[in-house]
Design a protein around this ligand. Sequence first.
Ligand code: GLC
Ligand code: CA
Length: 554
Amino acid sequence: MKITDTSDLWWKTAVVYCLDVETFLDSNGDGIGDLQGLAQRIDYLSQLGVTCLWLMPFYPSPDRDDGYDVSDFYGVDPRLGTHGDFVEVIRTARDRGMRVIVDLVINHTSDRHPWFLAAKRSVDSPYRDYYVWRDDAPPKGQKNAVFPGQANGIWGKDEKSGQWYQHSFYEHQPDLNIANPRVRDEIAKVIGFWLQLGISGFRVDAVPFLLEIPEGAGIPEPHELLRDIRRFLQRRSSEAILLGEVNLPYDEQAQYFGGDDGDELTMQFDFVGMQSLYLSFARKDPAPLIEALRARPVLGAEVQWANFLRNHDELTLDKLSDSERQEVFEAFAPDERQRVFGRGITRRLPPMLDGDPRRIRMAYSLLFTLPGTPVLFYGEEIGMGENIEIPGREAVRTPMQWSHDRNGGFSDAAPSRLVARPPSDGYAPEHVNVAAQLDDRGSLLHFIRALTTSYRISPELGWGTFEVIDQQADSLLVHSLSADVGKIIALHNFAEVPVTTSFRLADEPEGTTLVDLLESSRLTLDPKGGVELEVPAYGYRWLRVSRPGDGRVT
Ligand code: GLC
Ligand code: CA
């Protein structure tokens, strides 16, 4: 790994932070977060150690799916600001060394998008073929929509023509027909537009649905379309990435990275690893996570896994077996109201872990040491909880909690005008907020800052080859990440009892020590390369292998 690799392939070692402009900071007191508010908080994010911001949809939208129902791909929702405000955010972030990626929602549009309105107006409209239609009533036992209970099947009736349009998600989100070359041209133009404004790529929504193309549509190889998008992206911007949402079993997911040269998605979220991690938390046993990490496809040098503990959607458990899912439900979502779609949890992490600071810190320490790039969802750095009174996925999309002031410092508006209500339980802004944690060196916020700092000075975490180190304590995951810059060993204790363990590092030169990156201490290996150490209940340690004369000072 050369210095040019680490800086050109910036996504291999990024710290990604996802936020929704609408819920971050309201600058004009209308109760809705906005781009000017976000611009004021870029320094906060930079101090946190974020290197890449992921902005959730901020486009004009009827907002029936939190902006994932786009009615103008080129616009900025006027409630959030203007293109001018958007460029100011990008420019300010850039100045602090932070890149910005934005959501690209091209599987579907809103049913209010002018293309769909035109398509419905006449079967002869050139826009008719922008969508996917069928003449006959949908077959009995048709596929279910992604949100069971919210939509009936995947075909909606167009009363005027008597035809049916496909919608993989809500009925108000008609699927675009990317078998149509004109739609593909439109997508390219949208990508080109936002790149021109200075962004560094896209989080691509619902990728497998996008590539689901009916047989007979003349696209024998749907992945070729994704390769096309990627080629276009890279022609316009060499540094730009596609971070894809692909929740599939590993063997199918691997195909979305493309061939050996990684010519499709640059990054993908590891949904399987995330779900196994929760099973491990529930069982207090790292075995399920270890199994997943061992099954993870090994990637080419230029693509990357994106690790996360929580995102804006339900915490999906769809890849676990029924009985495993039940175990996680019982451990972390005992109340039916905390579950959704029969497969997911609507809570944030700290309440699931009973607010136990040891467990919460262990979870984030793990997030930053899993092979790949960590992705935080806003508010995780201060341990925000969900608002249980808000049903469904929205429970975790409450305003950022900046201080103990009214509305948690998010907005000056009357509480009834807020885009969403903060929780009023033990996770309310008066208990959990940025200002208080900035003042407290022992806070979660300072801890997460320490993790981002250690992650950023340890490129082996993003680049390294993963190995589980053999040792005798069942409750421990001990793993190493090795790259040519060096090696890190991480220890994580899933159980609530302290454990002692020992392992050997063969082939290390004499004089090798282990530098504890979080505690600033050093351990010496015995002459055979062995080391014995204790890990507290729910404890964690990051040990860098420091070889004599390796010249690393950080
Ligand atoms: C993705 C988004 C989700 C959205 C859906 C439909 O799964 O993460 O929030 O509802 O796509 O666009
Ligand atoms: Ca506002």
